[in-house]
Design a protein around this ligand. Structure first.
Ligand SMILES: C[S@@+](CC[C@H](N)C(=O)[O-])C[C@H]1O[C@@H](n2cnc3c(N)ncnc32)[C@H](O)[C@@H]1O
Length: 384
């Protein structure tokens, strides 16, 4: 079974409080809720969900480490891509979805200042009010001079934007539907509560959109996976708000063929708890991250009826190298050998195929902006 570190007694109490609210929702719904609703509640219940409560999530003292937490060189590369786009506007802005600890925003602004290309505004759209507070504290501590530029939002602005929209490891936190292909039907995964724990319950789905979307995938009987039915609306909302500019989506995932590969027949759900990864989202409720990989073909397809154009799709390694990662590393002072070696090691984590280099992908979408994006200039082979 699970060999995970035991939670602190306070954390157990916290998890029990969240569990009680989910049990109530299950009872009110007649005994089961769909998995996507369970994931939504586990991650985002105000004050209690994993992303909505005040526990340390990012970095070595938390549950997982994201690229901007590993090294500022990641954000420096993203900033160079932003610079190329921002120079097309007199007062372009950046909007970052789900800014986590806030460190990427700080490092991007530091780099853009050095490049003399600060945006007119840096919006952070963060659904978690607790994370908004943590991000403000990060700016206070690390770069208070940028605070006048930064504006926190809980939903997309109503005014159209010109500039850049960023989302690093955000799509993987959007709740997904889980399904099983049956001989004559598509079963959806529901969650029920009995004998003091949450359990899966597969049931033929009444959701016709899910039924059709999974049928179209032509998967074999018994195949279990996920699909993100919220993605098209999310992409549409971005298309609606971006007047001119670029969207940069960075996340772990694959094109559809690999996502629904015959051997990946148990899906991609993954949970992160104190640097342990496992596949059971029904435990440690509110104390662990729950994620699903991204089907980048589905992201591209979601742009079809929008004015967004897929301007590039490549691996994280290709993207960062095209943005000058190697040059940035070589420009660092090698005299402090220990520091330099540490930075070189961090760069390896970002680009090695066995680490983040190939599993993580970058997709660039543009609207009314016809320029060859810097980060995709080295790509010769990544296909959707
Ligand atoms: C895995 S964390 C990544 C954080 C950060 N981008 C990083 O790379 O360290 C996911 C973040 O996305 C946020 N999030 C999830 N869904 C969102 C949405 N629909 N809009 C804005 N933020 C969202 C979460 O609150 C959290 O800050």
């Amino acid at each position: 079974m699970h060999s995970l570190p035991p939670p602190h007694p306070d954390a157990i109490l916290h998890s029990q409080r969240l569990t009680t609210t989910i049990i109530t929702a299950i009872e009110q719904a007649g005994g089961i809720i769909p998995f996507d609703e369970f994931m939504q509640r586990a991650l985002y219940t105000p004050g209690l969900g994993y992303y909505s409560a005040g526990m340390q999530k990012f970095g070595t003292a938390g549950d997982f480490v994201t690229a901007p937490e590993i090294t500022p060189l990641f954000a420096q590369c993203i900033a160079r891509q932003c610079q190329q786009v921002l120079t097309n506007f007199e007062s372009g802005v950046i909007l970052e979805f789900g800014a986590g600890s806030g460190i990427m925003a700080v490092d991007i602004l530091k780099t853009l200042e050095e490049l003399d290309c600060l945006p007119a505004h840096y919006f952070i759209l963060e659904v978690s009010s607790d994370l908004q507070q943590q991000q403000k504290a990060m700016f206070q501590a690390q770069a208070p001079q940028f605070l006048p530029l930064v504006e926190w939002l809980s939903r997309l602005p109503t005014e159209p934007l010109q500039g850049v929209i960023l989302a690093n490891e955000v799509m993987d936190s959007i709740p997904v539907q889980r399904f099983t292909v049956q001989a004559d039907d598509i079963a959806e995964s529901y969650i029920t509560y009995k004998d003091n724990s949450f359990h899966w319950q597969e049931q033929v789905t009444p959701n016709e959109i899910l039924q059709q979307a999974v049928t179209d995938l032509e998967l074999p009987v018994g195949y279990v996976s996920e699909i993100n039915l919220a993605l098209p609306a999310w992409i549409q909302s971005i298309a609606d708000i971006l007047e001119t500019g670029m969207v940069l989506l960075i996340d772990y995932g694959f094109p559809s063929k690999e996502f629904y590969h015959p051997q990946r027949n148990q899906g991609t759900l993954m949970c992160h708890y104190r640097h342990h990864s496992h596949i059971d989202p029904l435990i440690l409720v509110g104390l662990q991250d729950i994620t699903a990989h991204i089907n980048f073909t589905a992201v591209a397809e979601a742009t079809v009826n929008t004015n967004l154009h897929v301007a590039g799709y490549t691996t994280q390694a290709n993207f960062l190298l095209a943005c000058g990662l190697a040059d940035i590393l070589f420009s660092l002072n090698p005299d402090d050998k220990q520091k330099y070696l540490k930075q070189a090691q961090q760069v390896k984590t970002l680009i090695l195929p066995s680490e983040m280099g190939e599993l993580f992908k970058v997709m660039g979408l543009t609207k009314n902006l016809d320029i060859p994006l810097l980060g995709f200039s080295k790509d010769e082979r990544t296909r959707l």
